[in-house]
Design a protein around this ligand. Sequence first.
Ligand SMILES: Nc1ncnc2c1ncn2[C@@H]1O[C@H](COP(=O)(O)OP(=O)(O)OP(=O)(O)O)[C@@H](O)[C@H]1O
Ligand SMILES: [Mg+2]
Length: 156
Amino acid sequence: MSAGQVSVALPDLDAVGAFGKRIARVLRPGDVVALSGGLGAGKTTLARAILASLGHPGEVPSPTFTIIESYDAPPLAMPAVHADFYRLEDPAEIAEIGLDDYREGAVLIAEWPECAGGFAHEPACLDITLKPRAKDAEEGRIAIVKGGSDWLGRMP
Ligand SMILES: Nc1ncnc2c1ncn2[C@@H]1O[C@H](COP(=O)(O)OP(=O)(O)OP(=O)(O)O)[C@@H](O)[C@H]1O
Ligand SMILES: [Mg+2]
């Protein structure tokens, strides 16, 4: 059973910051936050908001080229892995990268999850799809949020 689906309006960057805080507050090690949406949809922006709320004090580089960036606890409330799978040519490459080792005891924040084969089958996956709210993407985004069974009762 899944935890259902909700939409969250993200009209501006302040709203993204607040949503990142709501997510960070309920995260547990082992969770996946899968961030879907096209180029420029706002995936990295939301990932940065979550990492900042988990206690990361500095800049968060986009993992576009490194594919994986790890964040330690402390200073974070729990270890975190920020990944951007866009450049993977085959989902099998996640084994070569050693993703499972990085994920041990950590929360995974994944951009382009479909390029890694997807995570929606994991009960601890929170699936977030970001879309433009209006034709003009400057006018903010909408987040469609679906939780796996581990998210019952703790949807952000
Ligand atoms: N809710 C929002 N309202 C307004 N602007 C936003 C919002 N979310 C993100 N943006 C802006 O959209 C631009 C692209 O965001 P971002 O880099 O996070 O997209 P992305 O989905 O990670 O893109 P990519 O697929 O290239 O990795 C940034 O300039 C960011 O400030
Ligand atoms: Mg990005």
